[in-house]
Design a protein around this ligand. Structure first.
Ligand SMILES: *Cc1c(COP(=O)(O)O)cnc(C)c1O
Length: 372
């Protein structure tokens, strides 16, 4: 089977992890944590970085440090991972959804303003599968309505919007370094912010809200969301290879597009003129006219030894959120079509050219059977 993704650990990962083991710095203190935070902040062009144990907790803390009130609203795309909605719900706030742009699959920013109410406090744009959100309209609305922007750049390491790195476009930005992300620490996350005071508050929240002047004395409820030095060691080694990783992803995206572009009824990822897409995952949306959905197409690809992954199911279609009285009878037609007709192809950094050819030949063979 050709896997959907496989981490590439070909730099100094072993050397750095070994250093942790040999020096005994295996917990959440040690030189790699600060080096990884500093390196990631510099790479993204942001002043402050706070590493946490995964991307979901990064989002949760980014929302938490805004100190919002129950009933306050955060706008996010329906087409995303549940982590975004959880970050809002765990803070006792109300998520409000928007549909996707049919070309980029990111949040449709032209539908944002209609969702703003007197309770709206923040917008959470999510760069989907490596393509940035069209940020200028988001930034403009945020300024006009005094809203905070929390960017979810988990899928967009190294991507750019108008020559600015994703992760530097909002007030705060969040990253995941899960094993399938472009830079990985196995499990891990990071929050970037412009504000020193916010960074300080985030550091406190991730570390049980211990107080500097008196350790076991608490005036706030925190969490243990710390990243370990071992994970940060991986992260630093990975960060040293990020340019090569992004180049490899862009090569892969271009190669897929060149080979699959001619098959009618297959919608491929785009790269808008203002965007630098990093093709975190190379998606495919099957036209309904082909008479097949993504589940069946995935089954047939698996039969040919190719693993694929279905697209996100929108937040407005999640039973667990319906049970909580959220999004009942809401409809977002683009996200619904993406969920049914979309899947992504093997997109890992270890994918060889021969494997890529095999994937493309399998897609073509199935496409020919469908269009015969
Ligand atoms: C992976 C991902 C997350 C969650 O990160 P974890 O590290 O798995 O908790 C959040 N948002 C997006 C867009 C992601 O792709």
């Amino acid at each position: 089977m050709i896997p959907v993704n496989e981490p590439r650990l070909s730099g100094k990962e072993l050397e750095y992890v070994n250093e942790c083991l040999q020096t005994g710095w295996i917990s959440s203190e040690g030189r790699f944590i600060e080096a990884f935070e500093r390196g990631w902040a510099d790479y993204c062009g942001m002043p402050h970085a706070v590493a946490v144990c995964n991307g979901t907790t990064a989002l949760e803390l980014a929302v938490a440090c805004l100190d919002l009130q129950p009933g306050d609203e955060v706008i996010l795309p329906t087409f995303t991972i549940i982590s975004c909605a959880l970050a809002v719900l765990y803070n006792g706030l109300t998520p409000v959804l928007v549909d996707s742009d049919p070309r980029t699959w990111c949040m449709n920013v032209s539908q944002l303003e209609a969702k703003i109410t007197p309770r709206t406090r923040a917008i959470m744009p999510v760069h989907i599968y490596g393509h940035p959100v069209d940020m200028d309209p988001v930034i403009d609305l945020a300024a006009r309505y005094h809203l905070t922007i929390i960017e979810d750049a988990a899928e967009a390491h190294g991507a750019e919007y108008k020559h600015h790195r994703c992760g530097s476009l909002g007030d705060l930005s969040c990253f995941s370094f899960y094993a399938n992300k472009i830079v990985t620490t196995g499990e891990g996350g990071m929050i970037l912010t412009h504000e020193a005071a916010q960074a300080e508050r985030l550091r406190s929240l991730r570390n049980l809200c211990f107080r500097k002047e008196r350790r076991f004395f608490h005036t706030d409820l925190g969490h243990n969301y710390r990243l370990t030095n071992l994970q940060a060691a991986l992260g630093l080694a990975q960060l040293e290879g990020i340019d090569a990783a992004v180049d490899q992803k862009r090569w892969l995206g271009a190669a897929y597009t060149r080979r699959l572009g001619a098959f009618e009824g297959l919608q491929l990822p785009v790269e808008e003129t203002w965007a630098r897409n990093v093709y975190w995952m190379y998606g495919l949306v099957l036209d309904e006219g082909l008479g097949i959905d993504a589940v069946e197409f995935a089954r047939r690809m698996a039969g040919r030894g190719i693993m694929t992954r279905p697209f996100f199911l929108g937040m407005h279609e999640q039973p667990v959120l319906h049970e909580r009285g959220l999004f009942n009878n809401e409809h977002y037609p683009v996200a619904e079509r993406l969920a049914r007709q979309g899947l992504y192809l093997p997109s890992g950094l270890t994918l060889s050219e021969a494997q890529l050819t095999e994937v493309c030949e399998s897609v073509e063979a199935e496409w020919r059977l469908l269009t015969r």
